[in-house]
Design a protein around this ligand. Sequence first.
Ligand code: ME8
Length: 511
Amino acid sequence: MKNNNFYITTPIYYPSGQPHMGHAYSSIIADVFARFMRNDNYNVYFLTGTDEHGLKIQKAAEKENLEPLIFCNQISKVFKDLTKSLNLSNDDFIRTTEKKHHISVTELWNRLVKSGDIYLSKYKGWYSVSDEAYYNLDEIVEKNGKKYSSFSGSIVEWVEEESFFFKLSAWQNKLLDFYDKNKDFIIPYSRRNEVVNFVKSGLKDLSISRTSFTWGIKVPNNDKHVIYVWLDALTNYLSALNFPNTNDKLYKNFWPASLHVIGKDILRFHAIYWPAFLLSANLEPPNRIYSHGWILSGDEKMSKSKNNILNPLEIIDNYGIDQLRYYLMKEVSHGSDGNISLKSLENCINSDLANNYGNLCQRVFSFIKNNCNNVVNRTKIITKSDKLLIDETNKLTKNLRLEMNKQNLNQYIKSVIDISFLTNKYINDEEPWKHKKQDIERMNNILSLALEQIAKISILLNPIIPKASTKVLEALNLKNQSRNLSFLDGSNILSDKIKINELNILFKKII
Ligand code: ME8
């Protein structure tokens, strides 16, 4: 991480079909980290976009009887609209059909040539159009006379054509050295081990151009060849920063990237090819690749070709975007695959959002409205039970930055929702309503601590449920510039005289 700058990316999506829950999941994870870092006063640049070249897209366009670019314009827009529906806070939406991307890819290619890492030969082997990936013979399985990748299950076809190659084999030891020096380059560690073992088992040179179709960026000075779509696509992370203009402010501030969020199916491209290309081009590799698991439906990866898609837009319409974001981040465990269902979504909404956080906010706000004319005064007294709640909260918040830094979202959310649970319990035990008549000071004391807790919980949940938490922070009259994580040092967020506004119901219980 350079100074206070944090550059985070999602994978750029193939606009070959409608967005599905896997896309939503990948994007929301990245958005949560982006929002968390912004709240922690980092200067964040968050990128997403669409990956528009290659045979997969060309074929999808042909199926619709459209020119590839017209087809891409249509579907890229669907993904751009998805960023709005998911409430993503991205700073840019890159398309690989943009001119600046073309310039960037051409420069990267030229640098690889200059390093002596590109040569012309012939590719003979298996290729999956759906994955846009080459597979070795030992990665192919046969079923009913057809050949499939054992890794992804996608159908493969035999390819034999002239191709430029990247001398990946020459980078084997340098990559192993790089992984060794950068232990946190690939998270989680189980994935890091997979990559290290794969590289140790031997790397073959990589075919980086195709001649049997035309939809892509041409190899400089050789119109017969189209640059391999993964070399093209990975470069988006640089072109968004206006590379090769290395004096550009964006490039200067944000390269190398702090974090690429990706699914485990595209780990090899990001953790092996990408650093090798960058090192060969004399550019710094990113700081970290976080590889999440798959969203499953039954036991299978959710994907269009398998027709087992839960539509994120329908879920958002029926349940709400914060609800979907919270559910995916809380219930799908860090780095692993996760089975999702409407039943567990509804249970999660009820237990954590409606009954826990939502209920805490509602009961405190409506009590203050009905009994205190919307104003609470903090007192200096701190009772034993107040201190217990404050200490327990500090214990739970102590490691939150660390959990986020390890991309451990589940643990982060669990700790925050535990604070909400403890605060609800504190109100049950302290019964502010009992002090209404005889001890207004104690009542104010309890309510001000409860509001302080609500402010903290809302700031901590803000990256995950931005809409609802913002409503609460607004109702607390907390200014934008105060909605940050500086309270993690134990200080108070709210002033001594707290004026609140009315708060409408945040999360409806699902019956
Ligand atoms: O891979 N569960 O694009 P893509 C979780 N264009 N994540 C899933 C998923 C699932 N069921 N299905 C897909 C590409 N994803 C390339 C990226 S980056 C330079 C180029 C994730 O549209 C997948 O792992 O097929 C990937 O991270 C993202 O969605 C985009 O997939």
